[in-house]
Design a protein around this ligand. Structure first.
Ligand SMILES: [Zn+2]
Length: 132
């Protein structure tokens, strides 16, 4: 029998424990933000407005409050008003409410997970179907 069998699973959160918050050092956070800003074409992915790095805010597409991680694929940059509007909304909910933001997201959020873009596209077609 493999010895691995006896290894106790370490680092598992006890049942009912809150999701462990990641703590990013300022250096890591700045690097993630710069990379996201570059990948998003120096624009807010929700309204499409171009902005300098200093004005960009880092946005978790899948919010941290719902377990989203600070990892490439889940990070975009947004302007402050859009980031506030999105808040802790799940992306599906946000895109359903703001189809125009979903359209911009499809165009500018180039480095995000494909499933986010697929859902954004669905929100846009649903909005068109309802408008028709
Ligand atoms: Zn914006």
């Amino acid at each position: 029998m493999s010895r691995l069998w006896y290894v106790r699973p370490l680092g598992r959160a006890p049942r009912g424990a809150p999701h462990r918050r990641e703590s990013l050092t300022p250096t890591v956070k700045r690097a993630l933000k710069t990379a996201a800003w570059r990948d998003c074409g120096h624009r807010c992915v929700y309204c499409g407005t171009g902005m300098p790095l200093a004005e960009a805010t880092l946005d978790h597409v899948h919010p941290m409050a719902h377990g989203g991680r600070s990892q490439p694929g889940n990070l975009v940059v947004a302007c402050a008003p859009c980031n506030r509007r999105k808040g802790d909304l799940h992306p599906d909910e946000f895109f359903a409410r703001w189809p125009a933001a979903a359209e911009n997201f499809m165009r500018y959020a180039r480095a995000v997970h494909r499933s986010f873009k697929r859902n954004a596209r669905r929100a846009v077609s649903l909005a068109f179907a309802e408008a028709a």
